[in-house]
Write a protein that binds this ligand. Sequence first.
Ligand SMILES: *[C@@H]1O[C@H](CO)[C@@H](O)[C@H](O)[C@H]1NC(C)=O
Ligand SMILES: *[C@@H]1O[C@H](CO)[C@@H](O)[C@H](O)[C@H]1NC(C)=O
Ligand SMILES: *[C@@H]1O[C@H](CO)[C@@H](O)[C@H](O)[C@H]1NC(C)=O
Ligand SMILES: *[C@@H]1O[C@H](CO)[C@@H](O)[C@H](O)[C@H]1NC(C)=O
Ligand SMILES: *[C@@H]1O[C@H](CO)[C@@H](O)[C@H](O)[C@H]1NC(C)=O
Ligand SMILES: *[C@@H]1O[C@H](CO)[C@@H](O)[C@H](O)[C@H]1NC(C)=O
Ligand SMILES: *[C@@H]1O[C@H](CO)[C@@H](O)[C@H](O)[C@H]1NC(C)=O
Ligand SMILES: *[C@@H]1O[C@H](CO)[C@@H](O)[C@H](O)[C@H]1NC(C)=O
Length: 590
Amino acid sequence: MRIATFFLALYACCAAAIWPIPSSYTSGEAVLWIDAGVRITYNGANNYSGNGVPYADNTTTSHRIVTAAIERTYDTIFSKNFIPWKFHPRNSDFEPHANASKTCISSVVLQQNDADPSDVLKPAAGTVHESYSLTVSVSGEVMISAVTSIGLVRGLTTFTQLFFKHSDGSVYTTLAPVAIQDAPKFQHRGLNMDVSRAYYPPAAIYRTIDALAYNKFNRLHLHATDSQSWTLEIPSLPLLAEKGAYEKGLSYSPAVLQQIQEYGALQGVEVYIEIDMPGHTSSIWFAYPDLIAAFNVQPNWDSYAAEPPSGTLKLNSTAVYDFLNTLFDDLLPRVSQYSSYFHTGGDEVNVNAYKLDNTVGTNDTAVLQPLIQKLVDRNHAQVRANGLIPVVWEEMLLVWNLTLGSDVVVQSWLSDATEGSQGAGGKLQLLGKFHTYSNKKYTNLILMATHQYLDCGHGQWLNFNPGTSSETFYPYADYCSPRKNWRLMYAYDPLHGVPSDLAHLVLGGECSIWSEQTDPVNLDRNVWPRACAAAEVLWSGAKDAQGQNRSQVTAAPRLSEMRERLVARGVMAEPIQMPFCTQNGSQCSL
Ligand SMILES: *[C@@H]1O[C@H](CO)[C@@H](O)[C@H](O)[C@H]1NC(C)=O
Ligand SMILES: *[C@@H]1O[C@H](CO)[C@@H](O)[C@H](O)[C@H]1NC(C)=O
Ligand SMILES: *[C@@H]1O[C@H](CO)[C@@H](O)[C@H](O)[C@H]1NC(C)=O
Ligand SMILES: *[C@@H]1O[C@H](CO)[C@@H](O)[C@H](O)[C@H]1NC(C)=O
Ligand SMILES: *[C@@H]1O[C@H](CO)[C@@H](O)[C@H](O)[C@H]1NC(C)=O
Ligand SMILES: *[C@@H]1O[C@H](CO)[C@@H](O)[C@H](O)[C@H]1NC(C)=O
Ligand SMILES: *[C@@H]1O[C@H](CO)[C@@H](O)[C@H](O)[C@H]1NC(C)=O
Ligand SMILES: *[C@@H]1O[C@H](CO)[C@@H](O)[C@H](O)[C@H]1NC(C)=O
């Protein structure tokens, strides 16, 4: 009896290993096997199998989405799985014996209960339902049902996380029967990725999209251009990427950009683009020097910009307006095929750069404010004309007091920086501004606290001159040090301190990978698995079913398991704990 209990407890250790955790989840302890011949049907009509039978079906968008997900499901379960020895006591006989049960998964039925909405490949927040239900019976019947194809994608992702590789090469679950009902807490769950300060080949972006989708994120925000390099090829302005990329070819052609967006859209990860301005634009200078003021002032660049090279779009220049008109005319119709949002930036505008702007010549905000309002109005009119929703950084509202359209999404980054220590003051200021400015018309706020910055804690990337440095900058921590560990990210509740009547304004959140010290070599380990912590907060909510903060103690082994699944899928995610801890979960708590 004791032994029986012991083994039940063993299996139970991994019984909740789905990440992010579903809204409602029950499972048993029966063993089921699955082999690559298992049939998957979609709405009865189609009949797929992993045994080399072609199953790609591109007849409708919904079929493309679902059959691509079926393909990934087979690939994940049979080719990218792992043996879970790290989650069982040393020297234990944890694998089910082939003679213990011969029951196999006999069928996987995908049932979509409604037609996909027309914007299924580029949803605005909340327009495409991602909820699903999943059942696995002890006799091996699987049913996944959802309202949309994207819901089925989410359900299939969960399904793959029920299975482990056996050391004899077969694949099994020990969790039958399973019953899951699941839906996201927040509608906008993203990663902001800076592809300007470092260039990432498309393969790195595809790999990131795969990992995002595997964590049920639904947005990839590409911070596509900045002062350091211009990565977007614009056919009507070819010099931009030719001169402004770090090196010829380190840019994204329209075809590649479209492939990236389409690749994401088919997995329910909307790739939306940011062109940050009027600051963060110095790379335009390499092609069009007349459009940029205060370019690369040295050595006191820090009086003119947050980072070198300094530089800003001139604020009162018809040439700049003509340029933006041409740029947006080229880019926006293309990116609007696969996104509903376009981010026009607006962070860290440095007023002193305009003292060197020959169209303005002052740092007086009373002069600059109407010009910035005019620029943003111009940009947003063109964004809307292309069917896109404008997104801006919080300074446009908090520093520049702009009047923004009621459709505009404001993204925070500084405002929530004190979250966890001094409460949610900045966030509330932002929400309050929505409230009073807009007569509650604004419904959109994306929160990205520096708590969600994945690039912090590496130390300074600037070099300091002897003498000045040791006193002022020692020990050379970066501005957002320390490194944000997964526990901190997991403890961040976007709704903390938000009164319930303002909660509807919080659309969701993003974590962020800036690229001063990140590039394709350390991308994976900088992002994963810490971004998983944000994924669970955004999908499942920061509080459990009892309304309590989610527990690190129960999350840690699940997160470690998710890390193994990411590694099995080719993502070089860091370990959460050493095997000593994960092999007996009770040993490493305090
Ligand atoms: C799927 O195909 C298999 C093998 O061809 C067949 O036995 C099965 O009846 C088919 N199922 C459906 C639902 O069409
Ligand atoms: C369906 O589309 C995918 C992705 O675009 C492509 O790789 C595949 O070859 C297509 N399959 C068919 C049968 O057309
Ligand atoms: C885990 O550690 C505890 C405390 O040392 C021990 O009582 C228990 O038997 C261990 N469990 C396993 C499965 O090794
Ligand atoms: C099942 O197989 C294992 C070894 O794989 C063996 O130790 C065990 O006795 C077998 N059990 C039964 C009931 O045959
Ligand atoms: C903007 O430029 C126009 C035309 O050159 C000029 O008349 C106007 O004074 C400028 N505005 C500011 C605020 O400098
Ligand atoms: C604007 O420039 C003046 C000197 O020209 C300087 O004293 C002042 O600090 C600047 N304002 C800001 C906000 O930097
Ligand atoms: C925006 O409003 C705040 C608070 O009223 C004020 O301190 C600030 O100077 C204003 N900013 C500009 C650019 O006018
Ligand atoms: C729950 O988390 C919030 C931050 O989201 C924190 O302020 C609060 O103290 C936590 N509550 C408990 C009981 O730990």
